[in-house]
Design a protein around this ligand. Sequence first.
Ligand code: NAG
Ligand code: NAG
Ligand code: NAG
Ligand code: NAG
Ligand code: NAG
Ligand code: NAG
Ligand code: NAG
Ligand code: NAG
Ligand code: NAG
Length: 474
Amino acid sequence: MHFSILLLVLSTTASAAVVKTGSTCVVTPLGETRVARSIDAIPAGDRDFGESIAELYKSAGAPGALGHYPRPAPSKGSTPPVYVQPSARESTEVSARSAAAAVDDTPQILDAFKQCGTDGTVIFSEGTFNIRQVMNTTALRNCSIEIHGTFVWPADNIQYWLSHSYSVTYAGRSTAWLFGGRDVSMRGFGKALFNGNGQVWIDQNKNAGNQNGRPISLTIWKGTNIFIDGITWRQAQFWHTFVAHSQNVTMTNLDMNTTSHSQYKAVNTDGVDTWNSRDVRIANWTVGCGDDCISVKGNSTNIHVSNITCYSSGGMCVGSMGSNAGQPDYVDNVVFEDVQLYRSSNAAWIKTYPGSGHVRNVTFRNIHFENVNQPIYVTSCIYSYQNCDSSRLAISNVRWENITGTSRYNVAAAIHCSSSAPCTDFSFSGIDIKPMNGGSAKTLCSNIKNQATSGLTCTGPCPGSQPQQLTGNV
Ligand SMILES: *[C@@H]1O[C@H](CO)[C@@H](O)[C@H](O)[C@H]1NC(C)=O
Ligand SMILES: *[C@@H]1O[C@H](CO)[C@@H](O)[C@H](O)[C@H]1NC(C)=O
Ligand SMILES: *[C@@H]1O[C@H](CO)[C@@H](O)[C@H](O)[C@H]1NC(C)=O
Ligand SMILES: *[C@@H]1O[C@H](CO)[C@@H](O)[C@H](O)[C@H]1NC(C)=O
Ligand SMILES: *[C@@H]1O[C@H](CO)[C@@H](O)[C@H](O)[C@H]1NC(C)=O
Ligand SMILES: *[C@@H]1O[C@H](CO)[C@@H](O)[C@H](O)[C@H]1NC(C)=O
Ligand SMILES: *[C@@H]1O[C@H](CO)[C@@H](O)[C@H](O)[C@H]1NC(C)=O
Ligand SMILES: *[C@@H]1O[C@H](CO)[C@@H](O)[C@H](O)[C@H]1NC(C)=O
Ligand SMILES: *[C@@H]1O[C@H](CO)[C@@H](O)[C@H](O)[C@H]1NC(C)=O
């Protein structure tokens, strides 16, 4: 019955922004031209909404985040995602268009979360939402979010982002969107598209990635019971996602691709990093990026990663961590399984600084890859390659099972543990890695305490200076 009320409102307010009915807010993009007529008069195929309002409500079901579980059907619905072809030209055009209109949907988006963010549902209709300001939506409670359209973060206002992005503490990084709360779901049905105009960020970072203020696209921040599903990213500003100070976070059916089309590389465009978080489930992702695909950083516990396909990435990674020797970093209970990797720097690896803390109980299982620079890699002194043997960050109980594929050069595994805290309880089985250009692969190891019983046949020592990526056979 409330549909008719809603339709009335829609048909009488040409630039309807947030329309609230009961505990549900429907948000339509400000930049889209709305025709002031009853939605019923528009043939279904021509409607601004891909689905009728009634359909949107039906998909909302009983409002409330937890009411939406169990898991939604696979996100790749019958409607294919609307890809914004991430060419440099197009990014510029998107920016230019939004500059001309200077349309900013941020106020109405924040308003919708304010009105329906507690015990409610927020529905973003089809169309393009321009997000020109940072968003802090960390006070959500029992809220379902449904996104049917495209979110664009224009990059014609770089100076704004550099000075306004919210700090996420970690390594001085920051974000465009702090997202959290309790019992919150955000579903995109394979239709939601997040476009960060990353090419602009890549070009002005010129192969460096860590410009202060360069924003992470989406940060799950101090969230509990968070469910994110069916969202596509193209050309993210920086890391696609970050999970920090959160627990029980499930992120499924996500599709990310940030690829540079200029002479500059896509650096620091990680798929996800977890930090100071526990009980995180990551499944069914496809990621194309220029950096770590899935990265588990310090103080992450119970992280389960499965069915991930990564292109041109850093693969499955624990770290980097231990950068502050005075502050311990702990990683416990991590599983990476059923992973495919193509053209990656590494596949199943652990990188620590010579710091303190520990990495315990990690499984890399059923990992298959093609053309990976140095597939299995462990270092206690990432990036500096110095003081490796003074690291007190102990790495123990790590399993590599069923790890198969081709290495770019002649190294299958390079493992340098700190002599001050040797690696213990390492176990290898079903390792079959062959150089892509033929010959046999070397396995280099140093300071694995149980080397003799680990199942790994080491062909020589691994120096602390062994780089993360090789430039040729060794
Ligand atoms: C992964 O995708 C498959 C196929 O679409 C689906 O059956 C399965 O439920 C998905 N898993 C999760 C955790 O969403
Ligand atoms: C969650 O919000 C919905 C309304 O959106 C409400 O019906 C439900 O009772 C709420 N659940 C809890 C546990 O408060
Ligand atoms: C974000 O919002 C929360 C809840 O309203 C508030 O406590 C917090 O201070 C805000 N964070 C920032 C960085 O503004
Ligand atoms: C964890 O979050 C999921 C939503 O992703 C929810 O269904 C589940 O009940 C939560 N678990 C606990 C123990 O609260
Ligand atoms: C990512 O996008 C680029 C074009 O921007 C395309 O060439 C590449 O195939 C895409 N990767 C995947 C895995 O779809
Ligand atoms: C793995 O995830 C992909 C999406 O990335 C999905 O198409 C596929 O069905 C999933 N496979 C399984 C076994 O869940
Ligand atoms: C990690 O957790 C430990 C123990 O709770 C804490 O001392 C340390 O500060 C945390 N590290 C970071 C980087 O937050
Ligand atoms: C190791 O991690 C696995 C997977 O997270 C978990 O099931 C198991 O209980 C952990 N073992 C220990 C000793 O904590
Ligand atoms: C090994 O992993 C591959 C995927 O890379 C999988 O198809 C195969 O079933 C796995 N083998 C075992 C014994 O689990």
